[in-house]
Design a protein around this ligand. Structure first.
Ligand code: ASP
Ligand code: MG
Length: 419
């Protein structure tokens, strides 16, 4: 018997039929002898609709009230799922984030989980019940409702799994697992069977949307094994866990891309100590998440600083940049929203030289100009024109031998994957 946390996203519970299908899937698992806790998101596009609704009554909705509103989406889906399970003759109980004691910091809209009490979950499981928990929401020490940021139900699921010591956290989604690239762009992309936390973190941070970055961080910090799989079939998906010797060591695990960022360039900033500190302190104070940063060689004591920020932070970024430009006496600044980032991720980069050189050649051959570059020990990212992103992803995927047919012809007899 295993203790399993399952997470179902908005698409998986998008219609009454799908909710009933999820109910049956959960019941089948329960019947097989496992204890099941299901964490669910709001149905379909409900969260988007609620955001829109808020903006139709207020240009700048207060963050506290926004969380009050958004948390209702998940409350609908947990109740419906519990009802659907009852209708099939099984016992289920639904809980809000507050009821299960998901305690967060007070940062509305992107609260961080501090602890998961989960006593009620354990008690309900001990009573033989299936437990349904609302994703994406928590409560502060003083009783305010918070939400965890878009896509936050993944993090709820991992946190609940850690809190109750589950054997696995299954994240059900509308794709079959984590792929070597977005299959909508690269039809030859392959499903990855097993991947380390480290690589998954880089892929998630580079735009692979399948798992929320914070959920992977949480899983790594608490040793929760994630199984990311489809809610539309029974095929095994992708296991995310600590790297070990049994894992296949590909040099490159995948190509990710991200069109959610914009580039800010501040021109002719005085080149003296403290300038970068001033710029990025301002951004941090404005809660702008800065990603890549480039400072050019200075000429006549003046330099340019470019950096990328999420488009969702643009309103705050604009304000903060305007202020800092004045403060520093920089000449001017510019914003480019038509950029994209392509990233190559693989633990094998640590030991294989030449990956960067090859990446740049592949992009050059595909006629893609590189605007900015950043690296970690297992990732190389390039900022390019947004128009060229699909071309770049496809070129890198085949250039690094990740296309499905290439892989099968490369595997020698007897070296097939396990599982
Ligand atoms: N319903 C929330 C959202 O759409 C949380 C989630 O789906 O994980 O962002
Ligand atoms: Mg969602």
């Amino acid at each position: 018997m295993a203790l399993v946390v399952q997470k179902y996203g908005g698409t998986s519970v998008g219609t009454p039929e799908r909710i009933r299908a999820v109910a049956r899937r959960i019941i089948a698992r329960k019947r097989a002898g496992d204890d099941v806790v299901a964490v669910v998101s709001a149905m379909g596009h409900v969260t988007d609709e609620l955001v829109e609704l808020a903006h139709s009554v207020s240009a700048e909705p207060p963050e506290r009230e926004m969380d009050m509103l958004l948390a209702t989406g998940e409350q609908v889906s947990i109740a419906l799922l519990a009802m659907a399970i009852h209708a099939e003759g099984h016992d289920a109980v639904s809980f809000t984030g507050q009821q299960v004691g998901i305690v967060t910091d007070p940062v509305h809209g992107k609260a961080k989980i501090q602890k998961v009490q989960a006593d009620r979950v354990r008690e309900a499981l001990a009573d033989g019940k299936i437990v349904i928990v609302a994703g994406f929401q928590g409560v502060t020490e003083d009783g305010q409702i918070t939400t965890l940021g878009r896509g936050g139900s993944d993090t709820t699921a991992v946190a609940v799994a850690a809190g109750i010591g589950a054997d696995v956290c299954e994240i059900y989604t509308d794709v079959d697992g984590v792929f070597t690239a977005d299959p909508r762009i690269v039809p030859e992309a392959r499903k990855i069977d097993v991947i380390s936390y480290e690589e998954m973190l880089e892929l998630a941070a580079s735009g692979a949307g399948v798992l929320q970055l914070r959920s992977v961080e949480f899983a790594r910090n608490h040793g929760v094994v994630i199984h990311c799989r489809s809610s539309f079939n029974d095929e095994p998906g992708t296991i995310v866990k600590e790297a070990d010797e049994t894992m296949e060591q590909a040099i490159i695990s995948g190509v990710a891309h991200d069109t959610s960022e914009a580039k800010v360039t501040i021109r002719d900033v005085p080149d003296r100590p403290g300038v970068a500190a001033t710029v990025f302190t301002k951004m941090a104070e404005a809660h702008v998440n800065v990603d890549m940063i480039i400072q050019n060689v200075s000429e006549q004591g003046l330099t340019d600083i470019s950096f990328t920020v999420p488009k969702t932070d643009l309103v705050r970024a604009r304000r903060a940049v305007g202020e800092v430009v004045q403060e520093l006496g920089a000449r001017t600044w510019a914003l480019d929203e038509s950029i994209a980032k392509v990233s190559l991720v693989g633990a094998g980069m640590k030991t294989h030289p030449g990956v960067a050189a090859k990446m740049f050649s592949v992009l050059a051959d595909a006629g893609v100009n590189i605007d900015m570059i950043s690296t970690s020990s297992i990732r190389i990212s390039c900022v390019i024109e947004a128009d060229k992103v699909e071309q770049a992803v496809r070129a890198l995927h085949s250039g690094f031998g990740l296309d499905a047919e290439m892989i099968t012809t490369e595997v020698s007899p007897g070296c097939g994957e396990e599982s």
